[in-house]
Write a protein that binds this ligand. Structure first.
Ligand code: SAH
Ligand code: SF4
Length: 352
């Protein structure tokens, strides 16, 4: 069985040709898939019934994920879905909406997972603590976005941004992640702007280099978390041969090749990496680098790490800004609905 949601438009043209259908059928098929989110091949009524039968007969289908649980935050701005994949595995995906400037339509950012679990073992991350189960396929990544696309469509809204910041390490599942990006950004498929996508990595060097060579304009975020290797190793035990210096060099080369500035993510953990001394070290490391720092006060997980006191966070921010390091504090949305990476699955897995 091949899921139609992993088929790129060029491949769709080929497929339609092998079914002896005219080329415009490929566009009809793509429109049905990306505008109507059909439940199965037989419900795509724009296509002639013999074509639908043929598609099924040669092994094409749709439907790689179904919603098993939905949680909405009190303010209604964050929605989290727990999806069941065809093999029974559970993945989570989050929608974050930002309403500002009295605009009619909010910014609607979907946060997708790329793996079930993660092999990187970051000590503060719920996904890291699960261990690695498997890579997601492109269609399973696309399905997460489409679940929200159809929820939003009913409200006259649409997905505006996409971040690869859910469960797993996207660059450790490079091929399927990039296939999903190409499908989601292709004008004949989902049509999301490449510049509205950010891929977040803990620092898979080969993946960063490869991504810089792709003809894509996606944003890159690198999860740094510490200004030196000793501290970083405590938080990212599998950081391995990639030093903080290598990551900083990667931000420069990515910018040089793509013209896009890299964001550095810094999960702030009380008593671990939030002191003024660490802030000064980070400021010295990044002075003149041009990268933007996102300070993310950590969400509590089973690892027992605490969010720093607010004063420590603002002090840290002040020290960075004093050295002209651009930075923002990103308070994770939806922490009351366990919206941090891997948390809902950890909480809910026993129920499904
Ligand atoms: N594996 C990739 C992308 C997924 S994690 C990466 O690590 O970058 C996305 C972001 O969520 C990372 O910056 C990660 O550090 C952060 N994160 C993980 N657990 C968190 C927690 N408990 N609280 C806040 N942020 C967390
Ligand atoms: Fe994996 Fe990212 Fe979690 Fe680290 S923070 S364990 S890399 S998902």
């Amino acid at each position: 069985m091949t899921d139609l949601y992993r088929v790129l438009p060029d491949e769709m043209d080929e497929l339609v040709k092998t079914l002896r259908q005219p080329r415009y059928r490929a566009d009809q098929l793509l429109q049905a898939l990306y505008r109507e989110s059909p439940k199965d091949v037989s419900s795509m009524r724009q296509l002639p019934s013999d074509m639908r039968d043929n598609l099924s007969a040669v092994g094409y289908a749709v439907g790689s994920a179904s919603e098993v649980h939905r949680v909405v935050s009190e303010d209604g701005n964050t929605t989290k879905l727990l999806l069941k994949l065809t093999d029974g595995t559970l993945v989570e995906t989050v929608l974050m909406q930002y309403r500002s400037g009295g605009k009619e339509h909010p910014r609607s950012t979907v946060c997708v997972s790329t793996q079930v679990g993660c092999a990187m073992g970051c000590t503060f991350c719920a996904t890291g603590q699960m261990g690695f189960e498997r890579n997601l396929k492109a269609e399973e990544i696309v399905a997460q976005v489409l679940c929200f696309a159809s929820i939003l469509r009913e409200r006259g809204e649409h997905v505006t941004n996409l971040v690869f910041m859910g469960m797993g390490e996207p660059l450790a599942n490079y091929t399927e992640t990039i296939r999903a990006v190409r499908i989601l950004t292709h004008a004949r498929a989902f049509g999301l702007g490449q510049r509205h996508i950010t891929i977040s990595t803990v620092g898979v060097m080969q993946g960063i280099d490869k991504l810089a060579e792709e003809d894509l304009q996606v944003g890159l975020a690198i999860s740094l978390h510490a200004p030196n290797d000793k501290l970083r190793k405590k938080l990212v035990p599998t950081a391995g041969p990639n030093s903080v210096g290598d990551l900083i060099a990667a931000t420069r080369s990515y910018f040089k090749k793509t013209g896009r500035r890299v964001t550095l993510e810094y999960a702030m953990i009380g008593g671990v990496n939030d002191s003024p001394e660490v802030a000064a070290e980070l400021a010295a490391l990044l002075k003149g680098n041009g990268a933007h720092v996102n300070l993310i006060p950590v969400n509590q997980t089973a690892g027992g790490f605490e969010r720093p006191k607010w004063k420590r966070i603002t002090e840290f921010e002040r020290i960075l800004k004093e050295s002209d390091v651009s930075c923002t504090v990103r308070v994770e949305k939806g922490s009351e609905i366990s919206a941090a990476c891997g948390q809902l699955r950890t909480d809910m897995a026993k129920n499904f």
